[in-house]
Ligand binder design. Structure first.
Ligand code: ZZB
Length: 260
């Protein structure tokens, strides 16, 4: 599986004394793994698993990435670290330590967006850091709406209203049959009421993926007017060439289970 890592830059360091020291004067990123780089114009927040274990890694280019140990082990074989096959770890953090931090997300229309909790983030897929595009990803739309609609959920995670309430899905892709907020439409059709409605969210995601990939037309940015299929590769290259993104791959699940 070939992902694009979206380098979301931390605009404030976690408020943990030793950690703040380790990160001082360095560029620290939350690298979100995506298969849809063309949707980055619609980012509204970043997701982490509150109970998830994350590691801060020192990259050979001087940058720091905070990501899952699962992704760290994969990065070790893809020239992210000084020594091939070895990770370079600075410290560990909980997802909850990251919640509420502001980040600058590449190509996002919002100047700064915030790290928020999503209970369905997998720590063994991608990097465990997920960028949120509620216009085109049903999981993201439902996750954001849960936080907006359920005051008790915001209270549970100590979220400030200003991290959540100002952010709305942004129309970025026209998808025939779904309009310009495909995920919002799909969640409406399937009457999805919670981020925990996993099965139906999975079906909505499949539908939106297919319709968006084959028939979607980008509405914003330099590739506006181009089909998603064409814009996807160009935007991925742009992100990587400008240092805002990086290529990252994961072995197929079958290969992983065969090798243990
Ligand atoms: C932005 C985005 C915009 C995404 C969209 C999807 C959509 P897949 O196909 O199952 O591999 N993702 C990445 N890592 C994780 C994780 N650890 N836990 C939960 N979700 C994760 O899924 C790849 C997509 O799942 C990624 O692409 C990411 O969300 C999310 F408009 O990034 B995507 C219809 C989907 N639309």
């Amino acid at each position: 599986q070939e992902y694009t890592l979206i380098k979301m830059k931390l605009l404030k360091l976690p408020d943990i004394p030793n950690v703040a020291q380790l990160f001082a004067h360095k560029d620290v990123f939350l690298p979100a793994a995506t298969l849809r780089p063309e949707t980055m114009y619609g980012q509204t927040n970043c997701w982490v698993l509150p109970s998830g274990d994350y590691t801060a890694y020192q990259l050979s280019n001087g940058e720091i990435y905070i990501a899952s140990p699962h992704s760290g082990r994969n990065m070790a074989y893809q020239d992210f670290f000084e020594e091939f096959g070895k990770t370079s770890e600075l410290c560990t953090l909980k997802g909850s330590d990251l919640i509420g931090l502001p980040v600058k997300a590449p190509l996002a229309q919002y100047e700064e967006i915030f790290v928020l909790p999503l209970l369905t983030v997998s720590m063994v897929k991608g990097t465990g850091i997920v960028t949120s595009v509620p216009s085109d990803a049903p999981d993201d739309y439902r996750g954001l709406m849960d936080l907006k609609e359920k005051d008790a959920l915001r209270a549970k995670f100590d979220l400030k209203d200003e991290w959540v309430l100002p952010f709305e899905p942004i129309p970025i892709i026209e998808t025939p049959g779904f309009g310009n907020l495909a995920a919002v439409e799909a969640c409406k059709r399937h009457k999805i009421r919670s981020q925990n409605d996993k099965d139906v969210l999975g079906r909505a995601k499949e539908e939106v993926y297919k319709a968006g990939f084959y028939n979607g037309v980008l509405q914003v940015g330099e590739m506006a007017g181009e089909p998603v299929m064409k814009a996807k590769t160009k935007i991925r290259e742009h992100l990587i060439n400008t240092g805002m993104g990086r290529s990252y791959s994961e072995p197929e699940k079958k290969v992983m289970s065969r090798s243990g």
